[in-house]
Design a protein around this ligand. Structure first.
Ligand code: SF4
Ligand code: SF4
Length: 449
């Protein structure tokens, strides 16, 4: 690792606009500011059909290891655990060769279960420590960073800004693969690289994985720093219909929850001991009456992993959607409740775990469950649309104007003093043609005179 002290690492990571690539986009420089005992590298990537972390570890391991060393230096961790699914034999062998020269680094093979990548589950599996409900790993002495985030940290040390994101395109495509994609590229262009197999109009794209993802209504939407997977599926595929909010809510409206409790029995957060009982939420809503505030607050503990609706509920109901609705409703009261863990982990924790292979079959994804090897960099198109908010926090403040010429890496927007967030940079050379709705549009060829 190059010689950089802690302050220099933090400054480089902040300037590069690094955010958590595997989740909601929490600004990484903020995460790295707090000292902790343990750094956990999250290489679990438990959503079916996604392969970004595995491909990066296979093909960019020295860079990822450099990012790990820098992050360790920043948080002053004594131990680093690199957590990867145990089923990837060749990858584990490759990583082991590098672990030998790093006594502070330990490889942790993970079971192939869903949602092992959820920070609460991961911290328990790696350290045996339970993060409190609504808490963060730091409360039990850990910081968790995903593989691509660490890759971006290493790049930041070389003053390379986050202008590309790694994306797996999989599903009903002829050329499944993982590409490095210029941020702001329309999703339709990214998907086209993998060559969809189905007739135009008969397929849909799920962004973010079949369990926690969203159906993309508008394929001109851009890939952002947190775009990780684009899954092409027939429009009437069970995953697409279940992820559609309208469909889920309609089913909820017209169906009756039989209170079988399967959603609770298999809920990973419930099994960890969080006071979350999805079937109770469904009961109160199905009864039509006002939701008991105490029960409603339980929705705040939901990770939206999708086990309840995509796997557990045989009636196709969606406690997850109900929780999402309740979270919106609770809004500013979100800090009101205090939650405590059960004394012990619940007895069903182990047998309630969902094997990833069974999940793929259950979701009718077996025929689309293909490797997605790293294919290199997707050539930049003629136009990118770059959101000013690709992270947790406030939008970045725009520094450019319509008509400005920009280069790859030009700073488009940065954070106001004291605001949580990360700067945003241009991914292509071109002219700023539009600034509207919190997005900067850059086009090659520029504005017509
Ligand atoms: S929502 Fe589904 S899984 Fe949960 S209790 Fe009702 S019927 Fe059972
Ligand atoms: S989505 Fe369902 S299974 Fe997952 S944490 Fe929320 S209630 Fe539990």
């Amino acid at each position: 690792m190059r010689e950089m002290d802690r302050e220099a690492i933090l400054a480089a990571v902040e300037a590069a606009g690094v955010v958590g690539a595997g989740g909601a986009g929490f600004p990484t420089h903020v995460k790295l500011k707090t000292a902790c005992d343990v750094l956990i590298v999250n290489g679990a990537e438990c959503e079916p059909l996604l392969h970004v972390d595995k491909e990066l570890l296979h093909h960019r391991l020295p860079v990822v290891l450099e990012g790990i060393a820098a992050a360790r230096e920043a948080v002053e961790a004594k131990r680093v655990y690199l957590a990867v699914k145990g089923k990837y034999d060749a990858l584990l062998r490759k990583i082991k060769r590098h672990v030998a020269s790093r006594p502070w680094l330990e490889l942790v093979p993970l079971p192939d279960i869903y949602p092992i990548g959820d920070e609460h589950i991961l911290v328990y599996e790696v350290l045996g420590r339970r993060v409190p409900p609504r808490g963060i790993p730091l409360q039990v002495g850990a910081v968790v960073l995903n593989v691509e985030t660490l890759y971006n940290i290493a790049k930041a040390l070389d003053r390379e800004y986050v202008t590309y994101t790694y994306v797996t395109v999989n599903g009903a495509v002829a050329q499944p693969g993982t590409w490095s994609v210029p941020i702001g590229t329309p999703i339709e262009e990214v998907v086209a690289a993998a060559q969809p197999l189905l007739e135009p109009g008969s397929w849909a794209v799920v962004s973010g994985g079949p369990m926690m993802g969203e159906v993309v209504d508008d394929l001109s939407q851009p890939a952002t720093k947190t775009t990780k997977g684009l899954i092409v599926l027939p429009r009437d595929h069970v995953v697409v219909t279940r992820l559609s909010a309208e469909q889920a809510l309609l089913r909820w409206a017209y169906s009756v929850c039989c209170q079988c409790t399967m959603c609770t029995d298999l809920c990973p957060r419930h099994l960890l001991g969080h006071p979350l009982w999805p079937h109770r939420l469904m009961r109160t809503l199905a009864a039509g009456g006002p939701v008991d505030p105490e029960i409603a607050q339980g929705a705040l503990l939901c990770s939206e992993c999708g086990v309840c609706d995509q796997y557990a509920c045989f009636m196709g109901l969606s406690p997850r959607r109900v929780n999402q609705m309740l979270k919106v409703k609770l809004g500013s009261n979100q800090g009101a409740a205090e939650f405590s863990l059960s004394e012990e982990i619940r007895p069903g924790y182990t047998y309630g775990q969902v094997p990833a292979e069974r999940l793929v079959v259950h979701l009718k994804l077996a025929e689309w469950n293909q490797p997605a090897p790293l294919k290199g960099t997707l050539p930049a198109g003629t136009r990118v649309t770059i959101p000013l908010k690709q992270h947790v926090g406030a939008p970045a403040q725009c520094h450019v104007e319509v008509g400005d010429e920009v280069e790859p890496g030009t700073l488009l927007a940065s954070m106001a003093e004291g605001k949580l967030g990360a700067p945003v940079h241009s991914s292509i050379a071109g002219t700023v043609t539009t600034i509207a709705d919190g997005k900067v549009v850059i086009e090659r060829g520029g504005i017509d005179e």
